[in-house]
Design a protein. Structure first.
Length: 462
């Protein structure tokens, strides 16, 4: 086909360029000879074209073969991690998790950031308004063999370095887990609820006054779907290593039950009843104090109490969830036994708080640990899809009384009334705003100091 086309095209060109006069002078035999010569040239050109086409076809075949070989070679390469046939699994939700195929070994980084801004409307004292990182934590957790779990969390808030939870947990027993290391003692519901999940920006004043943060110790944790029981023995916090004195010893026990869960209620409704005891054997002086909202200076304070034999702190807990409405409250009573003829002392405190999700969510509860957990919006915030996130309105009343006239200790009494709003944009992002009205008595650090606080937080964790 190519050959015929070339011959016809060449003949047409010859006839077009040959003048009529010259054609008249040429014989038919001469014209035929020229056409034969032209046909031979076309034949040679056609052969060259065919040869080039054959080369192109061969190259195309080779390229396809090379491409197929590359695909097969890539498919047969074993990925460094995470691929089919690999002995390592990698997931991301929301933080990366690397684990062995059998799940016995794993590594997962995590963290939280709480960025606060606080303004004081001062009364009797000039309190410092401020903005700071209330918490800035990084950590890692995972499995360390078939029956062991580890967790290490460090806080970098205020540009300092502090241990938070640094623990090793043995999970090989059916009845309970055993956790050793730097951890919270088993006392107080609000204290043992993660700061990512508490209702207000700060835990209540009585919680801060009568419970403790992480200390070195051992905990035994048992629980089922609707009950929990935890007990442990503790020393002091990890940073207290240079006092030159024997360290304190404490024994803490806490238990809880979800009454509605125990009565075969399969809904999200909860009726939590719990309580705990913290028996403390201090080796030096002790004191109890409270801040107006977990921030700034102490607003009531017993000062140092000496000649202490032991301290008993008792707590009762009540919490409930009915659809979008939740309630939580605790009462604490402290009995300080003293030696050397010094009178014993008693202090107490309580709080009650309630929240309502106007967008319809329900506050999640975990019966096995007797605490609340992460709120997940029904429709996470999204401008493109119109999701509002989860909106919650709050109210709280709290009281701490550190006055005991019979013991000669007048540390002051504090009453707070707080309102707030939480906006859970996603599972891991929350904006919070609180207004706290403070009322103290004449025995406070500054007598009758009644500031109002405005506290705002941007919170995210992973």
């Amino acid at each position: 086909m190519i050959k015929k086309t070339l011959i016809l095209s060449s003949a047409a060109m010859l006839m077009a360029v040959t003048s009529p006069a010259l054609a008249a002078d040429m014989s038919m035999k001469e014209i035929q000879a020229q056409l034969q010569q032209l046909a031979a040239q076309v034949e040679n050109l056609s052969n060259v074209v065919e040869q080039q086409n054959e080369v192109i076809r061969q190259q195309d075949v080779e390229l396809k073969a090379q491409k197929q070989a590359s695909v097969e070679a890539l498919a047969n390469i074993t990925p460094a991690a995470g691929g089919a046939g690999s002995n390592v699994k990698i997931t991301m939700k929301p933080m990366p998790k690397i684990e062995s195929a059998d799940g016995k070994y794993s590594f997962q980084p995590f963290g939280r950031v709480h960025l606060d801004a606080t303004h004081f409307d001062d009364d009797m004292k000039d309190h410092a308004s401020n903005a700071n990182f209330r918490r800035a934590r990084l950590g890692m957790k995972g499995n360390l063999g078939e029956d062991f779990k580890y967790k290490s969390e460090i806080d970098f808030a205020e540009e300092a370095v502090n241990f938070k939870e640094v623990t090793l947990t043995y999970t090989g027993l059916d009845a309970a887990d055993i956790k050793v290391g730097h951890q919270k003692p088993a006392f107080g519901m609000e204290q043992n609820t993660s700061s990512n999940y508490i209702m207000f920006t700060e835990r209540s004043a009585p919680t801060n006054a009568f419970t403790r943060d992480e200390e070195i110790g051992a905990n035994v944790l048992a629980g089922g779907d609707n009950w929990s029981l935890t007990g442990g023995i503790f020393n002091e916090d990890a940073g207290n290593d240079d006092t030159g004195e024997d360290e304190d010893i404490t024994v803490d026990i806490r238990g809880s039950v979800n009454v509605l869960g125990m009565t075969n209620n399969t809904g999200d409704n909860v009726l939590h009843i719990g309580g705990g005891i913290s028996h403390r054997y201090p080796t030096g002086t002790i004191n109890f104090d409270a801040k107006p909202a977990g921030d700034g200076d102490d607003i009531i304070d017993t000062g140092a109490i000496g000649s202490v034999d032991d301290v008993g702190v008792y707590g009762v807990e009540l919490a409930a969830v009915f659809g979008p409405v939740s309630f939580q409250g605790e009462y604490f009573m402290t009995d300080v036994s003293r030696s050397g003829g010094m009178p014993d002392a008693e202090f107490d405190g309580h709080y009650a708080q309630a929240g309502w999700f106007i967008t319809g969510e329900s506050r999640p509860y975990k019966g096995k640990i007797g605490n609340f957990s992460r709120v997940k919006p029904n429709k996470p915030f999204s401008l493109s899809e119109g999701g509002p996130g989860a909106w919650e309105v709050l109210a709280r009343y709290e009281n701490v009384d550190l006055n005991d006239d019979s013991a000669g200790i007048m540390g002051g009494e504090l009453d707070n009334v707080s309102v707030g709003v939480n906006w859970h944009l996603t599972d891991h992002v929350r904006l919070m705003g609180n207004v706290i009205d403070v009322d103290t008595d004449s025995n406070a650090v500054v007598a009758d100091d009644d500031p109002t606080l405005y506290n705002f937080r941007a919170q995210w964790d992973f």
